[in-house]
Ligand binder design. Structure first.
Ligand SMILES: Cc1cc2nc3c(=O)[nH]c(=O)nc-3n(C[C@H](O)[C@H](O)[C@H](O)COP(=O)(O)O)c2cc1C
Length: 165
C-alpha cells in the first residue's frame, strides 16, 4: 500500500511534527500544503485573516504538491484547527481531489477548542469518494509561549501511529 502524508502547518509546526513522526514510522511520501499566496503579517493578523477565510469557506489556491494523489492508496491528511474548522489549505486539498478507491486518515491539532474539524474533514473526504478511518485529534497548549507543547499524552500519539503501520 502506498501512503502519502499531506499537511498544512502555520503556528508552531505542530501539525508538521506529527506528520513527520508518522512518516518516520510508517514510511511513504510527505508533502506540505502551501497556499500560492503565503500568510503574512503578525500572528494576530493571520488569526484575523483566518477567521474571515474560514467563515466564508475560502479555498486558497495551493502550490503544486510535487506528487500525484492518484499514485497513492492511502492519504494521511493533517490540519491545525482554525476557528473551529480545518485550515483553508486543507479544505482546498480535500475538496479538489478525487479519493475514489482510496483511504483517507484525517488528523488535526488544536489548542483546546477542536470544533468540528475531524467531522468536517471526514465529510469532505467521504463526499469525494474516500473510505475514512483512524481520524485523530491532538491537543497542544493554548499558552502563546508554549504553543508547541503537546497536551495529548505522547503514548496516545504512539498508539495512533501504530494503528497506521
Ligand atoms: C487562524 C487561527 C485560528 C485558530 N483557531 C483555533 C480554534 O478554533 N481552536 C483551537 O483549539 N485552536 C485554534 N488555533 C490554534 C491552532 O489550532 C493550534 O495552535 C495548532 O496546534 C497549530 O498547529 P500548527 O503549529 O501546525 O499550525 C488557531 C490558530 C490560528 C493561527
Amino acid at each position: 500500500m502506498k501512503t502519502l502524508i499531506v499537511y498544512f502547518s502555520y503556528t508552531a509546526g505542530n501539525t508538521k511534527r506529527i506528520a513527520e513522526r508518522v512518516q518516520a514510522s510508517v514510511g511513504g511520501d510527505i508533502a506540505r500544503l502551501e497556499p500560492v499566496t503565503p500568510y503574512k503579517g503578525s500572528y494576530d493578523d493571520v488569526v484575523h485573516q483566518g477567521q474571515e477565510e474560514v467563515e466564508c469557506g475560502y479555498k486558497p489556491a495551493l502550490k503544486s504538491l510535487g506528487v500525484n494523489v492518484k499514485d497513492y492508496d492511502r492519504i494521511i491528511v493533517g490540519s491545525p484547527t482554525w476557528w473551529y474548522k480545518m485550515a483553508p489549505a486543507a479544505l482546498t486539498f480535500l475538496s479538489e481531489n478525487d479519493f475514489t478507491g482510496k483511504t483517507v486518515v484525517p488528523f488535526m491539532t488544536n489548542a483546546g477548542w477542536p470544533g468540528t474539524v475531524l467531522k468536517d474533514m471526514t465529510a469532505v473526504a467521504e463526499k469525494n469518494g474516500a473510505k475514512v478511518e483512524h481520524g485523530h485529534e491532538f491537543r497542544f497548549s493554548s499558552d502563546s509561549k508554549h504553543f508547541d507543547r503537546m497536551v495529548t499524552p505522547e503514548k496516545e500519539l504512539e498508539q495512533w501511529i501504530n494503528t497506521l503501520k
